[in-house]
Structure formats: structure tokens, C-alpha cells
Design a protein around this ligand. Structure first.
Ligand code: MG
Length: 501
């Protein structure tokens, strides 16, 4: 009985996915191709289609199809049941928010985004402050509408990382923070007495860089037949279907490594999208588990694999051949140190894998404080400066390079930042499991054989779609719950060797 009803639900979900693809393509085009004057019309088109999508989404239950299925399959342990539970979860969240509230919030964010851009440009937090106050107040309201057990912040986190709570995250993040602070101080001290490294700047024609990046992507297993690499200011991945996955990267004519890092990251995301099961397209079983899990797939390629010795043992000779100046005269060991340089800095998106998570933990603590009403928006610039000094030992000269640097809050995304650190922690834990199960992983990668690790990730993670929650998947794949232990061990081993700490 449920199977027939489920088939009807799947048809409705597929219709929603077609709308989602159309919307996605409009967004993609906006970032990649659209002429600047098209912005206003595009915003209206996206607004209209988003409204229609929202109506369609709520119509999933027009004849009580969804709610009946949800009741019938409530405690069942099948793929269909998992799929229905996930749709039901997002449906109920959406239903709890009054239409008027959603519209007002989206208008507030449009305005806030423009003001934030201006505030950042002029480094003047006071411009953005009243809007951020409204956003925080509305996000608190959203938490009340949605409901929560312990912290209102849990209700916001849940939108990005279903099932994650402060009770789970706070101890993991504190342990990580307490490890990182002294570890980074030791690295900074050790770096001061190391010989200086060669300069890798030069002139790298963009076309040649594009060819090199396409080669790296292909070797990793990115299908150029089912995907495309374009250029945008902020790199991203967008999957319309496993057979059509778009990534973007960005190039710097003076720095060949600038693009490679972001390409490898986005290809990691793309491999997840290309690895989702085609037969479940449109349903949760054909979707990525969560933002944190998605980020784990980009991070494991970007960091554990893409900044490892094995990866560069294979690619460095190719890089030297493509760009003899300056790489021909730079020995592997120096190059490898440069790729893995640790430097506490102001900007999150430019930070290295060791310092990165302190940028996130700082944001998590601030967001949680705002939503739990322990912090006030007007105090943020000062709190930001104090925490950056305490955690990373850096002095923040202005709000542009401090509290105003990220776009997230202006778009109403509160509860999103922790998914980046979750991604790093999942990545290290998955990679440790992969190394246990694939003893030849490093040897293979050093020879350019990326299939074993890619297929391992695909079989363990990608093909399951949303069959399991992030919490269950991590346990299934690694044998234990999420922990910061593997990430900490990974850093200790790698940077212990590089910096002698
Ligand atoms: Mg990412």
C-alpha cells in the first residue's frame, strides 16, 4: 500500500526538482555569465520562481498524501521510510513558519545584503548593526516557531545539519579549540627560526592554468562529460543531476596555487554530486546528507589528500613541466612546506587548515551567544577583536577584516558556520578509516591512482544519498561517533613533522 502512494510522492518530488534545477541554473548563470545590468530582472525572476517552488512544496500534502505516508512508515526501517521521514521533516519545518514571516525575512535579507556590502567596503559596522539586530531577532523568532529542546540555536543548526545540537557540538569544539591554541603558538615559534622559503610568484597564463586544473580534476575522477568547470569570484559547486554538475574556480595570474586549492575543493564536492544514485534523483535518497557531510567530501580532497605528500609526489613534476618558471628551481621539500604553511591570519577564507577552525569556533560562539541572548549585536566588533587576539594572536585593524568579512549573516544564515568545522572533523575521521581499509592508499595516490580512494568514498558515502543521518553514517563508516580526535591526530602527525613541534 505505501509503495503506490510513495510512487505518487516521488512524482511530486521530481516536479519539485525540475523547478529546483531551473532555479539553480538561474543562480549559476548569475554568478558565472549574467551581464551586470541583468541583476534586477534576475532577482525578480528568482523571487517569483522561489515563491512557486514554495507553494509546490507545501502542495506535497494537499490531499494528506505526505502526512498519511509519514504515519504509515513512521518506525519502519526501509529506504522509502527514510526518504519520507526526511521530506516530512523539511515539510513540517516549512509549515511552522508563517508565510508573512518568510516574506518579511527575505525582504530584510535583500536589504541587509546591500547594506552589509556597503558597510564592509567602508569598514563601518554601525551601518550594518541595526539590520543585523533585526536578523538576529527574526532568527530567534524562527527558532520559537520551529521549536527546540535545549537551545534555540539548535533549531537553526538543524536547518543545515539535521540532528546536530549544541550539546553535541560544544564539547567537540571546545576540545579542538583547547588543542589548537597552544599548538598554533608552538608552530608560530618554530616557523620563526626556520630558513625562509622561496617565492613561488610568477606569471602563469590563465589558459595554461585552466588546462592544468582540468587535468587535476580529471585525474581525481571528475567527469568532464557530466560536469563543467567555470570561473566565478567565489568558487562553488552546483549539482542539477549526477549527470550535470557545475563547479567554479578562480585564477590569479601571479599565483598558480591559488586556483588549484579551490579547484580540488570543489571537485571534492562535485564527486559527491556525481556519485549520488541516479535512480533516486529527486528524492532524499538521491541527495547529499547535510552541509557538513558535503563539506567533508571537499575537505578530504583539498586537505588530507590534496595537501599530502603522495598527491604532490604525483602532480609536482607535472606542475614543474607546465610552469618551469619558478617551479623548476624549487625542490619538492620547499614546495611541500609552502603548500602547508601555517600562518594565523585575519580572513577565514584565506586561512590554512590548522588555523581555519578557530575562525569557525569564534563564529559559532558568537552566533550561539546572540541567539541565546547572552551577547548583544552592538558589542560584536569588540568581541571579535578580543577573540581573534586570544585564539590566533592577531590584531584586527578594522571591521572590514573583522566582523564584517563574511556574507553569511547578511543573508540570514545563522547556524551555517559550524558545518565547515564539522566537515573538517568528518573528513579526518573518514580519511583515517580509509587508511585503515586501504593500506595502499598513499602509494596509489603517489602514482596517480585516485580510483581506490574515490570509490571507497563513493561506496561508503555517496551512493547512500540521505538514507542515513550524518550521525548514523559516520558511525557506520568509521565505527564510532563524531570526534575531534582524528583531526587532532592528523594535525599532530603532519605538522609535527613539518615544524618539529
Ligand atoms: Mg565547500
Amino acid at each position: 500500500m505505501p509503495s503506490k502512494q510513495y510512487a505518487i510522492l516521488v512524482d511530486r518530488l521530481k516536479d519539485l526538482s525540475y523547478l529546483g534545477s531551473a532555479l539553480g541554473l538561474l543562480h549559476w548563470d548569475q554568478e558565472v555569465h549574467m551581464p551586470p545590468a541583468g541583476a534586477e530582472m534576475r532577482a525578480r525572476t528568482i523571487g517569483y520562481l522561489s515563491g512557486r517552488t514554495h507553494e509546490q512544496f507545501l502542495a506535497l500534502d494537499k490531499d494528506k498524501l505526505l502526512s498519511k505516508l509519514a504515519v504509515a512508515l513512521k518506525d519502519k526501517d526501509t529506504a522509502e521510510a527514510a526518504s519520507v521521514r526526511d521530506v516530512w521533516r523539511s515539510y513540517r519545518r516549512e509549515k511552522k513558519l508563517p508565510v508573512k514571516f518568510v516574506r518579511e525575512f527575505s525582504e530584510l535579507c535583500s536589504e541587509a545584503h546591500v547594506v552589509w556590502a556597503k558597510a564592509r567596503e567602508t569598514s563601518d559596522f554601525s551601518l550594518f548593526q541595526p539590520l543585523l539586530e533585526k536578523i538576529v531577532a527574526m532568527k530567534r523568532q524562527e527558532a520559537e516557531y520551529v521549536g527546540y529542546k535545549d537551545s534555540p540555536y539548535d533549531a537553526l543548526l538543524d536547518a543545515y545539519e539535521p540532528g546536530a545540537t549544541c550539546a553535541q557540538l560544544s564539547p567537540v569544539f571546545s576540545e579542538l579549540r583547547d588543542f589548537l591554541q597552544p599548538f598554533i603558538r608552538r608552530i608560530v615559534r618554530a616557523a620563526a627560526s626556520q630558513p625562509s622559503l622561496p617565492d613561488l610568484k610568477g606569471t602563469f597564463p590563465i589558459e595554461k592554468q585552466k588546462a592544468f586544473n582540468a587535468l587535476v580534476a580529471e585525474k581525481m575522477g571528475f567527469s568532464h562529460a557530466a560536469g563543467k568547470i567555470d570561473v566565478s569570484t567565489h568558487p562553488f559547486t552546483m549539482g542539477f543531476h549526477p549527470q550535470d554538475v557545475r563547479i567554479t574556480t578562480r585564477y590569479d595570474e601571479r599565483d598558480a596555487l591559488y586556483a588549484i586549492g579551490s579547484t580540488v575543493h570543489e571537485v571534492g564536492h562535485a564527486l559527491y554530486e556525481q556519485g549520488l544514485p541516479v535512480e533516486h534523483f529527486g528524492t532524499p535518497l538521491g541527495e547529499a546528507v547535510s552541509l557538513g557531510l558535503h563539506e567533508s567530501q571537499s575537505r578530504v580532497w583539498e586537505n588530507q589528500i590534496g595537501k599530502g605528500r603522495a598527491f604532490w609526489t604525483y602532480f609536482y613534476p607535472k606542475l614543474q613541466k607546465a610552469f618551469p618558471k619558478p617551479f623548476k628551481r624549487v625542490v619538492f621539500e620547499d614546495f611541500f612546506r609552502i603548500v602547508n604553511q601555517v600562518r594565523p591570519s585575519l580572513i577565514r577564507t584565506e586561512s590554512d587548515e590548522v588555523t581555519y577552525n578557530l575562525h569557525i569556533i569564534l563564529r559559532y560562539e558568537i552566533e550561539k551567544g546572540l541567539i541565546e541572548e547572552n551577547l548583544k549585536v552592538k558589542d560584536l566588533p569588540g568581541i571579535w577583536k578580543a577573540k581573534m587576539k586570544e585564539y590566533l594572536g592577531v590584531c584586527v585593524p578594522d571591521d572590514r577584516q573583522g566582523v564584517l568579512q563574511d556574507v553569511h549573516w547578511s543573508g540570514g544564515s545563522i547556524g551555517y558556520f559550524p558545518t565547515y568545522t564539522l566537515g573538517n572533523l568528518y573528513a579526518a575521521q573518514f580519511y583515517a578509516a580509509a587508511l585503515r581499509e586501504l593500506p595502499r592508499l598513499q602509494t596509489d595516490v603517489a602514482k596517480g591512482r585516485f580510483a581506490p580512494v574515490r570509490e571507497w568514498l563513493r561506496q561508503k558515502i555517496h551512493v547512500h544519498g540521505k538514507l542515513h543521518s550524518a550521525q548514523v553514517l559516520v558511525k557506520n563508516v568509521t565505527g564510532e561517533e563524531l570526534s575531534s580526535r582524528y583531526f587532532i591526530e592528523y594535525l599532530k602527525t603532519k605538522y609535527g613533522e613539518l615544524y618539529g613541534v
